[in-house]
Write a protein that binds this ligand. Sequence first.
Ligand code: PNS
Length: 174
Amino acid sequence: MALPQGGLLGIYPGTFDPVTNGHLDVIQRSARIVSRLIVAVLRNGEKAPLFSAEERVEMLREAVREFPTVEVDSFDGLLVGYAQRKGARVLIRGIRAISDYEYELQMALMNRRLAPEIETVFMMAGEAYSFISSRLVKEVIGLGGAISGLVPPVVEARLRDRFLIHEPSTPGKK
Ligand code: PNS
């Protein structure tokens, strides 16, 4: 198959409230497959996010600074509309466990119906990250638990600020 001019552009969409090391693992592995990857933050989803879209984009930009072919953007409205405007042919989604599959399949099939020329590609989460979710990270830090190693340092610092935690937490320490 001939590559589109300028190589293959992929979009990795999500809420990223906030980005975790699981997302970063998917970003790093996807960046090896596509020529250019846009990490696209949904601005106004149904969920009420902890961080504003600007904050989520800022944290992501800091976290992907080392990846030269990865950029961060935000979008509103239909994902496939955004992908079409960007000229992307591939949507990337991470799957952690079978419980993610049903929702992901439904979205992938709806997106295919809306835009048959765009393919969804699923990346299996790295074993070390398959239990991490943005929701659980927020719950754990909100209850005083340790989250180091689960999120990039910039996110840990912002979460500590948000939850007014000044002591660095250590795994295993109460
Ligand atoms: O990280 P999330 O919350 O699982 O990401 C979900 C996301 C942003 C990929 C999905 O909600 C989405 O694409 N929203 C944009 C609106 C849209 O296109 N809806 C129809 C999808 S089938």
